[in-house]
Design a protein around this ligand. Structure first.
Ligand SMILES: [Zn+2]
Length: 167
């Protein structure tokens, strides 16, 4: 059996020995759903002054609002007390620095010999345009509550600052 995960399970033993989050409610205590990138430079809770239990965090490559993001937001809004949505991509995101999906497909094929063209990566080098498009997708979704506050912001991975966009 692979020991590729041993470090994680060992760390968890320490974590669970001193577990402080027992009894936390499953709802979002501060009503926030945050859509952000999977980028490991982002610490979503600390960045926005949140603590565990405060927010639903939805992450993917590029912080794009996909069909799965919308599905999750519908559940979060009606079942988990989410009453505001912030979409927060970041500076120097690979997903916004390429010319398009073709560049990523070509890169993976060249370096790994795998043809990924059956996937849509949602890259867009007009990052703010993509963000505004995604905000509109949420605002106009027929199943999300009317008047749900939806805002965008850009996280700067070099300064930690969050700049509101179309808030
Ligand atoms: Zn990113």
């Amino acid at each position: 059996m692979s020991n590729a995960f041993d470090d994680l399970f060992a760390a968890n033993a320490d974590y669970a020995a001193d577990f402080a989050l027992s009894g936390l409610a499953p709802r979002a205590a501060r009503g926030l759903a945050l859509v952000t990138c999977m980028d490991s430079r982002i610490e979503p809770l600390q960045t926005l002054g949140l603590k565990p239990g405060d927010a639903k965090i939805l992450r993917n490559a590029g912080a794009r609002v996909t069909d799965d993001t919308l599905r999750t937001l519908v559940l979060a809004a009606y079942l988990l007390e989410v009453d505001r949505v912030l979409v927060m991509p970041h500076t120097r995101c690979k997903m916004a620095s390429v010319s398009g999906d073709d560049e990523v497909h070509d890169l993976i094929e060249r370096e790994h010999g795998v043809d990924t063209r059956s996937l849509e990566f949602g890259t867009d080098n007009d990052q703010l345009g993509a963000l505004r498009h995604d905000l509109e997708r949420i605002r106009h979704h027929p199943l999300l509550p009317d008047g749900l506050p939806v805002a965008g912001a850009l996280y700067d991975v070099d300064t930690g600052r969050v700049e509101p966009v179309d808030a």
